[in-house]
Design a protein around this ligand. Structure first.
Ligand code: ATP
Length: 351
């Protein structure tokens, strides 16, 4: 590897299984040391993409380079990648220490295996459990063993396939912080697969949002959330309200079901064009009927259907004409009745 080479470079990758297209001409460059996440709904091709990097998928077309080295025709064990799976895949008849040492089976480690295993157990905070069987440990601890085993041979790339899916919500959050901390400490190029968009936003330097074997957007989490590249991304990442409408004659508003809503400044949409406007729940403010009477601004008159208490906020589900609008707010005057919904055009996106 030389300085400046990307951690992973994928060029024109396609994969088809029994007539099903899993990947369609995907190209992607992942920076050295980057925490990169593939996110998307079930069946969109995330795992296929990860397995392509590891060399575990036959029948693909395209190229893969790791640290500037073309590995397209290399066997998995020649690629120097470490992989962690959802189901841990640990050996129950081996101790924690032996499971981690297994990661070094192809490795001629100069400092000695025992030292390296001890170092890894310390890294994942399992030194005290070294002689126990994995089956005696919690799911989170078992996944940390799998992580230590994958990291043991000092791989160039760490590949994680839904590593937290089998854990409960609290543990998932704790372990994702640990994974992030370890990744930063080792500065290792990491590719993480999840269907959980919140996990993707929380963990990653950059995220690729996938659908139907293609990448819809690659960007930093903030960009994917605030400036989604497509209707699909707007709907998949976080909660969103999507309004289909037509741009008015003056080009500054969108007519949605007979109501003129403000068009975001800088939106590239011509008069008469059909567009979809995305407005996040937290961008909408709720007002009462009296406020509506005094204001000339565009506002939607809606009815509150349900209010959910989230701890730090309320999620308010409103009905406007024949559709649901979701709002997020820190205070709700009344759990029922009529409200006006407003948003600033600067907080909306055309997708
Ligand atoms: P999930 O989140 O459900 O794991 P995914 O996004 O990881 O989904 P993939 O596992 O990559 O998706 O699968 C993409 C598509 O390719 C799916 O339609 C899947 O059924 C198909 N597929 C993947 N691997 C194979 C295979 N070995 N044989 C047949 N079809 C496959």
């Amino acid at each position: 590897m030389t300085d400046g080479d990307p951690g992973v470079a994928i060029e024109g990758m396609s994969a088809t299984f029994d007539g099903v297209t899993a990947l369609e001409d995907v190209s992607l460059t992942i920076d050295e040391g980057e925490f990169f996440t593939l996110v998307g709904p079930s069946g969109c091709g995330k795992t296929t993409m990860l397995r392509t990097i590891a060399g575990l998928t036959d029948g693909t077309d395209g190229s893969v380079a790791i640290g500037g080295r073309d590995v397209t025709d290399s066997q998995p064990e020649e690629r120097n990648v470490g992989m962690v799976f959802q189901n841990y895949a640990l050996f129950p008849h081996m101790s924690v220490r032996e499971n981690v040492a297994y990661g070094l089976r192809f490795h001629d480690h100069s400092r000695g295996k025992a030292d390296r295993v001890a170092e890894l157990l310390d890294l994942v905070d399992l030194t005290g459990a070294a002689d126990r069987s994995p089956e005696q440990l919690s799911g989170g601890q078992q996944q940390r063993i799998a992580l230590a085993r994958a990291l043991a041979p000092e791989p160039d790339v760490l590949l994680l396939d839904e590593p937290l899916s089998a854990l409960d919500a609290k543990l998932r959050k704790r372990l994702r912080v640990q994974i992030q901390t370890i990744q930063r400490e080792l500065d290792i190029t990491t590719v993480y697969v999840t269907h959980d968009q919140a996990e993707a936003l929380a963990l990653s330097d950059r995220v690729a949002v996938m659908q139907n074997g293609r990448i819809e957007q690659v960007a930093a989490p903030e960009t994917v959330y605030r400036d989604p590249a497509s209707r699909f991304v707007a709907a998949f990442v976080g909660d969103n309200n999507l309004f289909d409408g037509v741009v008015g004659d003056d080009g500054s508003s969108v007519a949605v079901a007979g109501v003129e809503l403000p068009l975001p400044a800088g939106a590239e949409a011509a008069a008469g064009e059909s567009v979809t406007m995305a407005v996040r729940p937290e961008a909408i403010t709720l007002g009462d009927g009296a406020e509506r009477a005094q204001s000339a601004d565009a506002a939607l008159t809606a009815t509150i259907e349900t209010v959910e208490f989230l701890g730090d906020a309320y999620r308010v589900h409103c009905r406007w004409q024949d559709r649901q609008i979701e709002c997020k707010t820190t205070a709700v005057d009344s759990p029922t009745g009529e409200v006006t919904l407003r948003f600033d055009a600067a907080d909306a996106q055309i997708v």
